[in-house]
Design a protein. Sequence first.
Lengths: 213, 134
Amino acid sequence: MVAKALKSFFRRVFSRMFGQKKELKMGFYGPPNAGKTSLANRICKDFTGEEIGSVSKVPHETRSVQFKEKVEISYKGKKMMFKIIDTPGIATKIDYEDFLKFKIKKKDAKNRAKEATQGVVESIKWLDDVDVVVIVLDATENPYNQVNITIIGNLVARKIPVLIVANKVDLRKANIKKIESAFPEYDVVGISARYGKNLEEFYESIFRLAKKV
Amino acid sequence: MIKKKSLGKIKGFSIQFLPYSELSGMDSTQRIKKILNIVLGNVILIIQGKIESHEESRLIEDTMAMIGHVKGFKGIELAVISGDNDEGFFVRIRRGLINAMGGGNLGALTIIGPATIVKEIKKNPKKIELLLDK
């Protein structure tokens, strides 16, 4: 971990010294079904014309890390290059029987569960290789979930800048205030990735976040 | 009107308390191994204090690796209750000193249970609820 921190430090110093246009690695983290891929898709579609992955109501649709390189986000005259890293949702339990409720066959459900467990491990491993992180939370769910706290704790320990996105604000049950009071030290932006609501504030926050690197 | 809640058919479960002193002399690998060994015995574990965030993520990784390999194991439910959010400056300093001497955050409690028994741990700043699987 120390070696990685040193490597990251020197990379930043040299990059600044020689004015190299860098590509910031922006990871999307959070619990399953919070809308990480929906948001990553929205950004990629807006700035590259292509999506990054498929979305579904069934949890653990994203079961391996997905990338989109050279995504240049431009907003109000500012431009910045990102590598978008969409990660599988982090969970502490995965039961194949939960997938059966979505009319998935038993064999496929078991396979999905197996891939989902591998995806969680892969997500955690990637924490060592991101520059900034957007934590996507479902604004209709209780934010005091230990998974959220564990992810943030790991990012703080690695000194990685964090932005919290309260997704699904289009839903009646959404409660951004609850997320803000759960994480008072962080910027919280309420959006709807599905309907593209409040993305201006999100892009503004992304540029502020990138400055912290 | 008070809603009547049924406990259903819970056959029984064990709760084990682990003082921080039992973990403080261990490295991360040993701590996680000890925690998982207890939880795999279908026991709800209450730890005095909290483990480090990198240990929590390691615990999740190891848990994921066990699902599908340990029969009937579906993962864990995990929650940490820490009472130091609303404290004043001097109380935080005093607690910091106590924690430094004790070698860990002793003002916290960590609850870890197997997902086969603990369906959900609902947490908010004021209370914590363990919902058990029937």
